[in-house]
Design a protein around this ligand. Structure first.
Ligand code: ATR
Length: 273
């Protein structure tokens, strides 16, 4: 019998997950079906439990349900617990396992696809929401020389430093505290890629040869990437590789087989112009 998986979100119409997982299933010879389910804002738990009751094996979870996905789990992973959010569920009998593959997807994209090892680098994350929370532990595991978080609301960045204190030494502050500092990897984890707003980045933020990375995908050059290019940065990337890499981790977790993300990354890449 074909195993069933799905992605839940609201809205979910533009999700690339069905395309990605269908291609992974084809390339690895796995017999599975994958659909997108538009989930009522007040109906997340019902949709999850209904999907499981009808024989579903696992779910990806998109916005705005990542916190609820963590809460519904009977066994969240350590990184899901620290992020306070999950993007992937797996059903095993009565157990609901949860994990968060966004951060490891980002790190895999940076290191494997873009060829930027993080060890010894000065890494800056812009934003202090769920996207940053999910990225901190996997980035820290690569032993950067410095991991810094800047946020419009500095208190939220400081709260992250407090929450992760036992796991990750963080430098935190507002954008003004970046003045005079240089970074090798600057990652935009704010929602400004979607809203088209620019960030108050100081001059001299990017070290020579730096990479500017925006977690959003399929939007071409975002305001952040434009700012980076205007500052002389030659290496810019959006989050398409992160999206496909997190999906590959989910697929491996569900199926025990690692698909090759590269053909799907190429298929989904939108030129950065
Ligand atoms: P997500 O879960 O996707 O990270 P979020 O939790 O809503 O979303 O966080 C959005 C992030 O984008 C926050 O860090 C937010 O900054 P504040 O904490 O100060 O609100 C940041 N953000 C959104 N719009 C911004 C803007 N115009 N300038 C700077 N930061 C912005």
């Amino acid at each position: 019998m074909t195993d069933r998986y799905a992605v839940l979100g609201n809205p979910i119409g533009h999700s690339k997950s069905p395309l990605i997982h269908t291609e992974f299933a084809r390339s690895t010879g796995q017999d599975l079906g994958y659909t997108a389910i538009e989930t009522p804002l007040d109906g997340f738990a019902d949709t999850v439990l209904g999907f499981r009751a009808s024989g579903g094996r696992g779910l990806n979870v998109s916005l705005p349900f990542k916190l609820q996905a963590f809460e519904i789990a009977t066994e969240p992973s350590e990184r899901a617990r620290l992020a306070g959010a999950a993007n992937c569920l797996k059903f095993e009998g009565e157990r609901i396992l949860a994990d968060n593959f966004d951060g490891v997807g980002l790190v895999n994209d940076l290191q494997r696809n873009l060829g930027v090892p993080l060890q010894g680098k000065r890494v800056l994350l812009l934003g202090a929401g769920g996207a940053t929370r999910g990225a901190l532990l996997p980035i820290a595991a690569e032993q950067p020389a410095l991991l810094s978080v800047a946020n419009r609301t500095p208190e939220k960045a400081h709260a992250l430093r407090h929450d992760f204190a036992a796991h990750v030494p963080l430098q935190t502050g507002g954008y003004d505290t970046l003045l005079g500092q240089r970074f090798d990897v600057v990652i935009n984890a704010t929602s400004t890629g979607l809203s088209q707003e620019a960030l108050p980045l100081p001059d001299g933020l990017f070290a020579p040869g730096a990479l500017a990375y925006d977690m959003v995908y399929g939007k071409g050059l975002t305001p952040f990437l434009r700012q980076a290019k205007a500052a002389g940065v030659e290496r810019v990337a959006d989050g398409v590789g992160m999206l496909v890499e997190q999906a590959a981790e989910a697929f491996l977790w569900w199926r025990g087989v690692r698909p090759d993300p590269q053909p799907v990354v190429r298929q989904l890449t939108v030129p950065l112009v």
